[in-house]
Design a protein around this ligand. Structure first.
Ligand SMILES: Cc1cc2nc3c(=O)[nH]c(=O)nc-3n(C[C@H](O)[C@H](O)[C@H](O)COP(=O)(O)OP(=O)(O)OC[C@H]3O[C@@H](n4cnc5c(N)ncnc54)[C@H](O)[C@@H]3O)c2cc1C
Ligand code: FES
Length: 385
């Protein structure tokens, strides 16, 4: 069969066969993977959940991994990463993505406003090392904040579907109860799996909710509901704040013997890491970031001029990533993840030195491809965009 495809491909050269097939139907492709939106739900204010039916090339994801989708906006394809929120190994092969609309975000706002059944997006295979290990640990702690819920919810749903017999604790931080996506499903999981402990916390309101209480709760006398009963937001049993050691000990007293998976805002990730490292348990915590974490910048590196030679534009080095520097100079280089994952921002450094914002490493080999989003100039630099 592939021989026939190869022959047709040769006959249709110079354009790939997919360029002709997509004229018939955008999801009729030989090589390119795409996905069609089949359902759209906007059940939580400010976010949208899309169900996607991928083309036959899709080989699934491991709970926690992300995919890249390419969305056409005003004739330009924009690539972004999203972590499927569905359990891995879904029988109908569909993918579910929950996208939070960022106030200034291009793709997330576009999807929030415009996604509808029939929309077709480009899709890249699932990737990322943040994933449930194939050999499931006996005790698993999942922590998330805001839109970081997506990869850990996929883990929770996977464990629930597998009827995981070990111990699971899931702790999610949100601004308010109405902002928690997939809440009904969390409640259903909690009802069905008494070994799953699920807590939602709203630190800005100082309250929390326990959706499942497999172990009788120990609340100070007279401060809350009966042990084991769900907490109520209106009358919290225990005031809650930001993540700290006491929270960890109470939600998962076994944390030192388990594996912890965390995804959320940098402050939450930092708190979790700091506590685990102080306990000598740094290797027990696995994290996923949606935004770039950078190493401190040495002010003596922030010198010189950056020349964007293909555009004839130059700017004083401000120490920001070359992507941000280019954008500030009025250029619009392509980008996707803005954190070194997708390579859409790759450009050639003709000359000069750049620093990797994640590791602090310097590199000055001429004519090398670099990722603009994770590189900053050190002195005079020529970038070919
Ligand atoms: C591994 C991974 C998984 C992810 N999973 C999810 C998920 O499941 N759900 C989810 O909602 N999100 C997820 N994200 C985040 C998602 O990929 C997008 O970053 C998010 O949707 C915002 O995209 P956007 O196009 O709306 O925003 P963008 O338009 O890309 O803007 C994002 C931010 O970039 C900066 N920026 C943009 N343009 C400029 C400019 N011209 N100059 C300076 N700064 C600028 C701004 O700070 C802006 O707030 C994930 C990210 C990663 C890396
Ligand atoms: S934008 Fe994804 S690697 Fe730079």
């Amino acid at each position: 069969m592939m021989g026939l495809f190869d022959l047709v491909q040769t006959l249709t050269s110079p354009h790939p066969l997919d360029r002709y097939l997509e004229l018939v139907r955008p999801t009729l492709t030989l090589h390119d993977m795409r996905a069609e939106v089949t359902h759209v739900r906007r059940s939580v204010p400010g976010s949208v959940t899309l169900t996607l039916r991928p083309t036959r090339q899709w080989s699934g994801h491991r709970a926690g991994q992300y995919v890249q989708i390419g969305v056409l906006i005003d004739g330009v394809k924009h690539t972004r990463c999203y972590s499927p929120v569905n359990a891995q190994g879904r029988r109908d092969r569909h993918i579910e993505l929950t996208v939070k609309a960022h106030s200034r975000g291009l793709v997330s706002r576009y999807l929030y406003r415009n996604a509808a059944p029939g929309m077709v997006v480009d899709l890249a295979p699932a990737a990322g090392t943040f994933a449930l290990p194939d050999l499931r640990p006996d005790r698993i702690l999942l922590i998330s904040g805001g839109s970081g819920i997506t990869p850990v919810l996929s883990m929770l749903r996977t464990l629930a579907e597998e009827n995981f017999a070990g111990t699971v604790a899931f702790l999610h931080y949100a601004t308010m109860p109405e902002a928690v996506p997939h809440r009904e499903e969390l409640e259903a999981i909690a009802q069905r799996h008494r070994n799953f402990h699920i807590e939602l916390r709203y630190p800005s309101r100082g309250v929390g909710e326990r959706i499942a209480a497999p172990v009788p709760a120990v609340a100070p006398a007279g401060t809350g509901p009966e042990p084991g009963a769900p907490w109520s937001c209106a009358a919290p049993a225990i005031p809650v704040g930001r993540f700290d050691y006491d929270t960890l000990e109470r939600v998962a007293p076994w944390f030192a013997a388990g594996e912890t998976f965390v995804c959320g805002p940098p402050s939450l990730m930092e708190s979790v890491r700091r506590i685990y490292e102080a306990e000598g348990l740094g290797d027990r915590v696995h994290s996923e970031e949606f935004t770039l974490s950078t190493t401190p910048v040495d002010p003596s590196d922030v010198t010189g001029t950056t020349i964007f030679s293909a555009s004839g534009v130059s700017a004083a080095n401000a120490g920001a990533s070359l992507l941000e520097q280019a954008e500030s100079a009025g250029l619009t280089p392509e980008y996707g993840c803005r954190m070194g994952i997708c390579f859409s921002c790759t450009a050639v450094r003709r000359s000069g030195c750049t620093r990797d914002l994640r590791t602090g490493e310097l590199d000055s080999d001429p004519d090398q491809p670099i990722q603009l989003c994770i590189s900053a100039a050190v002195g005079d630099t020529d970038i070919e965009i």
